[in-house]
Design a protein around this ligand. Structure first.
Ligand code: GAR
Length: 191
């Protein structure tokens, strides 16, 4: 069995889809859901799914490497960011080389970087008049939304679409593709 950790700061709709997808998987399980935000919806979803949770604080996340011990405890081999808004520190990237992925709700390199998350991204797409947007799944490096892209798919943006309309379309793409892409990546990992 390969155990993964999901890191999530927010509502956790992607985290929920991932936990549901892997709940009955023969080889892959979500071992722990990590959040930097006490009370985050993602933590409630994990409780409902019977997935252990861990709440981290900024100081220990950036000034110690104690998280590595916790992740070892849950036998975590792969990390999936699902709306996790803190920059991942170098020690974590070194410990999980090419084993940390993120999803971004736009076609990177457009509309990524620090502060670009959630509705801000869809508002930026609207303001730029982009005719299309989409999702990007990428490896995580030491900069926001910057690592090598693994998968992208797009959807059209109409002239009368609001940021809410765009968000709904993009979220549907995220829910459809993220679990499957993660599953394929893990299947390709060396044992
Ligand atoms: C998702 O749309 C994800 O792409 C985005 O946060 C949302 C989390 O939603 N991540 C970023 O913007 C990263 N830069 P969720 O909590 O409902 O899964």
């Amino acid at each position: 069995m390969t155990y993964i950790a999901i890191f999530a700061s927010g509502t956790g709709t992607n985290a929920l889809r991932l936990m549901e997808h892997f709940a009955a998987h023969p080889d892959i399980r979500v071992g722990v859901l990590v959040s930097n935000k006490p009370g985050a919806g993602a933590l409630h979803h994990a409780d409902d799914m019977g997935v252990p949770t861990l709440v981290i604080d900024r100081k220990s996340f950036y000034e110690s490497e104690s998280l590595l011990t916790d992740l070892d405890l849950y036998h975590v081999r792969f990390i999936v960011l699902a709306g996790f808004l803190w920059l991942v520190p170098p020690y974590l990237i070194r410990a999980y080389p090419n084993r940390i992925v993120n999803i971004h709700p736009a076609l990177l390199p457009r509309h990524g970087g620090k502060g670009m998350y959630g509705m801000r991204v869809h508002q930026a797409v609207r303001d730029a008049g982009d005719p299309e947007t989409g999702i990007s799944i990428h490896y995580v490096n030491e900069r926001y939304d910057d690592g090598a892209i693994i998968f992208q798919t797009s959807c059209p943006v109409g002239p009368s679409d609001t940021p809410d309309d765009i968000a709904r379309r993009v979220q549907a793409l995220e829910h459809r593709h993220y679990p499957e892409v993660v599953e394929q990546l893990i299947a390709q990992q060396p044992v």
